[in-house]
Design a protein around this ligand. Structure first.
Ligand code: ADP
Ligand code: MG
Length: 273
C-alpha cells in the first residue's frame, strides 16, 4: 500500500473495473476487455498460492520450512524470481534483502511491533546473509535458518504477470492498482497518478503521468508503530537489522513492476543521498 490513485482518467468509458482482495490487500483492475480482467485475477491468485509466506501450503512456505542444508525441488518460476531478487540485493549494496523473514518476525513489523533483545539481533543478522540461499538448477537449499520474505517483491511480480496475462487474453489497455502500486499498459494518452504525501496520505504530494510500466512508492508512514519511545516503520535496513523511522517516501517508475517494487523499498532504505 504505497500510493493513492487519485485519478484514472483517459481510460475509455467502455472499460470495465473490478476489485478483488488478494495478497492481503485490494487489487483493482481496469481493462478494455472483461475476460482479461478475470484471467489477470486468476493469475495473481495462482502466484499468491505459490509465493505467499502467509499461506502455509505455498511453495515458498514449504521451502521456508524445509530442513536446513537439504536441497529441495523448486519450480522454475520461484527459482527465477529468487535469482532476480538476489541480483537486486547485490545491485543495491544489500539495501534490499529477500531473506528478511527472521527480522520481519522478530520486530513484528506485520503487527504492532516488538523490540528483539540485542543478543537475538546478532543471530538474526547472520540468518539474513544472502549466501544462506543456495539456488541450484532446479533446487534450492536454505542454510543458516534462512527465511524468504516476499513482502518487498511479491506484489510487483504479480502485477507484471497479471498485465502480461491480460494482454495475452486480448486487452488493449490495462491498469492495475494493487494496494497502491500501479501497473499500466497501452494507456495512449497516459493517466495521472497521485503520490500520497507521506505525512498526510489523503493529499497528493505530486502528480505523475504514465502510459506503460509501473509506479511504486515505499513510505515509512504507511505502517508505523511506536515502541520503547521510538517510532518505527515496516521497512528494515538489512545492514543494521533495525526498522527505519518513518521519514518521507521513495517513488520509482520502471517498465517492470517487480523492479519498481524492489527499488522503492531499497531507495527508502538508502535515503535521499
Ligand atoms: P508495500 O508492502 O506497501 O508494497 P514496500 O514495497 O515498501 O511496501 O515493502 C515493504 C515490505 O517489504 C515490508 O512489509 C517487509 O515485508 C519487506 N521489507 C522491509 N524491508 C525490506 C528490505 N530492506 N528488503 C526487502 N524487503 C523488505
Ligand atoms: Mg511494495
Amino acid at each position: 500500500m504505497t500510493l493513492a490513485l487519485l485519478l484514472t482518467a483517459a481510460l475509455a468509458s467502455a472499460d470495465e473495473t473490478r476489485a478483488r482482495y488478494l495478497m492481503g490487500t485490494t487489487c483493482t483492475i481496469t481493462a478494455s476487455h472483461d475476460q482479461s480482467i478475470e484471467r489477470a485475477f486468476s493469475e495473481i491468485d495462482r502466484i499468491e498460492r505459490r509465493i505467499s509466506s502467509w499461506k502455509p501450503e505455498s511453495e515458498l512456505s514449504r521451502v521456508n520450512r524445509a530442513p536446513v542444508g537439504e536441497p529441495q525441488a523448486v519450480s522454475p518460476e520461484l527459482s527465477e524470481l529468487l535469482r532476480e531478487t538476489v541480483r537486486w540485493h547485490r545491485e543495491t549494496g544489500g539495501a534490499f534483502n529477500p531473506l528478511l523473514g527472521p527480522l520481519v518476525h522478530a520486530w513484528r513489523v506485520r503487527e504492532e511491533g516488538a523490540i528483539p533483545i540485542p543478543e537475538a539481533l546478532v543471530e538474526l543478522r547472520k540468518r539474513i546473509a544472502i549466501e544462506n540461499l543456495v539456488l541450484g538448477d532446479s533446487t534450492l537449499s536454505r542454510m543458516g535458518e534462512a527465511q524468504i520474505e516476499e513482502g518487498g517483491f511479491g506484489k510487483g511480480y504479480a502485477i507484471d504477470r497479471a498485465v502480461d496475462v491480460a494482454r495475452a487474453a486480448g486487452a488493449k489497455r490495462v491498469v492495475i492498482d494493487f494496494g497502491g502500486q500501479i501497473g499500466a499498459y497501452g494507456i495512449e494518452r497516459g493517466f495521472e497518478v497521485g503520490i500520497a504525501h507521506p505525512e498526510s496520505r489523503e493529499r497528493a504530494a505530486l502528480m505523475l503521468r504514465i502510459r506503460d510500466g509501473s509506479i511504486s512508492t515505499s513510505s515509512g508512514s504507511e505502517r508505523r508503530f511506536r515502541i520503547g519511545g521510538r517510532e518505527l516503520s515496516h521497512i528494515i535496513d538489512p545492514r543494521t537489522g533495525e526498522p527505519l523511522p518513518p521519514s518521507g517516501s521513495a517513488t520509482v517508475i520502471h517498465p517492470s513492476a517487480l523492479v519498481a517494487d524492489i527499488l522503492s523499498t531499497a531507495l527508502y532504505v538508502l535515503g535521499p543521498r
